[in-house]
Design a protein around this ligand. Structure first.
Ligand SMILES: [Zn+2]
Length: 501
């Protein structure tokens, strides 16, 4: 790249802003068409440049503005040294006007434009009007603009930029030569970052460069802003990018992907829950998971292909999802299949030694699995364990209930699966291990709770109350009453355990 001026204090993005068509990265076709039009003196009266943010639309508009006015044009490229180029570069030109459609929706500026566009340029060949985010103009402003576009003075050149071309009236588009700029590929951004870092005397890890490129979503500007924020340290590692962008840690992502591969719904939901607790964006987490899955596919694990594909789909669906987290949870449950009920005693690393948890006991075997006279149509509509879990044991109401939940509300079944249960004096205690705080919180939602309570009423005859507990930190102190009950329960649990052995 050719950079005539690099004043200190300017942001990286400004310093590295392309000044010639040939410096523009990733838009070869558009750039070449424009350069050739300038070289042949056959530019249109109006251009519309559309495409996502951060890919160089206004940069291209400014290069074009200089090129059509340059007095030392070099094969369509502005020289950036002549008086005209310098005036425009330094923002001193009266003949290049930039209007931001987003800031005031433009009516006054468009009115002014209409008055002034008819006057000859002050010291240039062409009067150039660059209107950024043109789709934000009001209908009135568009109408005013249209009148000018219908009969543009020969010296006028309009360059419109928009991130949302579909919001620009067709009457305006039809009077423009329209170009769509593409997002810039990760490879190109990554290469460019390494090159810029080198020239700036910055140490940038290749992995860090790739990560920044990936997270920029094709917007070179965003990538440079990230690089700049890390530049003061002098060396940029992958870890520093992860921290700055608040990205999920690689091992967390890997754990999630592995859980999906092993169809372990509980572990996958736990991994999601952990991200939510850390305040991480679930979309970013899915992006990273898709990338990780893809990497593992490339490394030879073809089983992950459908998983990677589904992750990408779910990510794309997120903006339209009513609840982002539920949407992802359901997708996880679809991928993993019905959750496996935790066989008591081998609940996932349950509760370790520290939690004051009572020994597990199965609910009393005398309890019938059939819905004895309890009037809960909804739950009864799902006979227990019809197509249910692998272990259909009618003598175990808990597992029968989980199997029925898995048919009907698969997320609730997954939330309950890692729990340990005990049944004492008409109370069903559902205890979730410390790593399942997310499950615990999800079960507190009124609808989830109501459903769970109805199911429990159906499967545990004579039950009055359901208590859901979570064994993690920050657990509320037990009341005296609860402690007493807990003690009674522990005793009961021991007795039951003895019966089992
Ligand atoms: Zn020039």
């Amino acid at each position: 790249m050719n950079h005539p001026t690099r004043p200190e204090g300017l942001s990286l993005y400004r310093r590295w802003r392309p000044q010639r068509f040939s410096d523009v990265v990733g838009q070869e076709l558009v750039v070449e068409t424009l350069r050739r039009a300038v070289a042949q003196g056959r530019t249109a009266h109006a251009y519309l440049l559309s495409g996502q943010r951060g890919i160089g639309k206004t940069t291209l508009a400014r290069i074009l503005a200089r090129a059509v006015n340059c007095t030392a044009l070099d094969d369509g490229e502005p020289c950036n040294r002549c008086e005209s180029c310098l005036r425009i570069l330094e923002g001193r030109s009266l003949d290049v006007v930039e209007i931001d459609g987003a800031s005031n929706r433009g009516i006054d500026q468009i009115r002014q434009l209409r008055e002034q566009v008819t006057y000859l340029p002050a010291g240039s060949r062409r009067k150039v009007y660059i209107i950024d985010e043109i789709h934000m103009l009001t209908g009135e402003a568009f109408n005013a603009l249209l009148k000018t576009l219908e009969e543009p003075p020969a010296h006028a050149l309009f360059v419109f930029a928009t991130t949302e071309a579909h919001k620009v009236p067709a009457t305006v588009i039809s009077r423009c030569q329209a170009f769509e700029l593409s997002p810039i590929s990760e490879e190109l951004i990554s290469e460019l970052l390494l090159k810029i870092a080198e020239e700036e005397g910055l140490k940038l890890d290749e992995a860090a460069g790739r990560l920044i490129a990936r997270r920029s979503g094709g917007a070179l500007r965003d990538a440079l802003v990230v690089l700049e924020q890390l530049a003061h340290v002098g060396s940029v590692s992958e870890e520093s990018v992860v921290q700055l962008l608040g990205l999920p840690r690689a091992e967390d992502v890997d754990r999630f992907v592995t859980a999906l591969l092993e169809q372990d719904a509980t572990a996958a939901l736990s991994a999601l829950g952990m991200q939510a607790r850390k305040g991480r964006d679930i979309g970013v987490f899915l992006d990273e998971a898709a990338v990780r899955a893809r990497d593992r596919v490339i490394a030879g694990n073809s089983e992950l292909i459908p998983i990677a594909r589904r992750l990408i789909e779910v990510r794309a669906e997120l903006p339209r999802a009513v609840s982002r987290s539920i949407h992802v949870e359901l997708a996880v449950l679809e991928l993993c299949g019905p959750p496996r009920p935790a066989a008591s005693g081998e609940a996932p690393s349950a509760n370790g030694a520290h939690a004051p948890s009572p020994p597990v006991s199965k609910a009393p075997t005398s309890v019938e699995a059939s819905p004895g006279g309890v009037a809960v149509e909804e739950a009864r509509a799902q006979p227990p364990g019809t197509a249910g879990g692998p272990a259909e044991r009618p003598d175990d109401p808990w597992e029968a209930m989980l199997a029925a939940c898995a048919q009907d509300r698969v997320s609730i079944a997954a939330f309950l699966a890692p729990a340990q249960t005990s049944f004492v004096d008409g109370v069903l205690w559902i205890r979730l291990p410390s790593e399942c705080r997310y499950h615990y919180e999800a079960l507190q939602a009124p609808t989830e709770r109501a459903y769970m309570e109805r199911m429990v009423q159906v499967y545990f005859e004579g039950l009055l109350t359901v208590h859901v507990e979570w064994e993690g930190e920050g657990r509320e102190a037990l009341t005296l009453e609860e402690s007493a009950r807990l003690a009674a329960e522990m005793l009961e649990g021991k007795v039951v355990e003895k019966e089992h052995t």
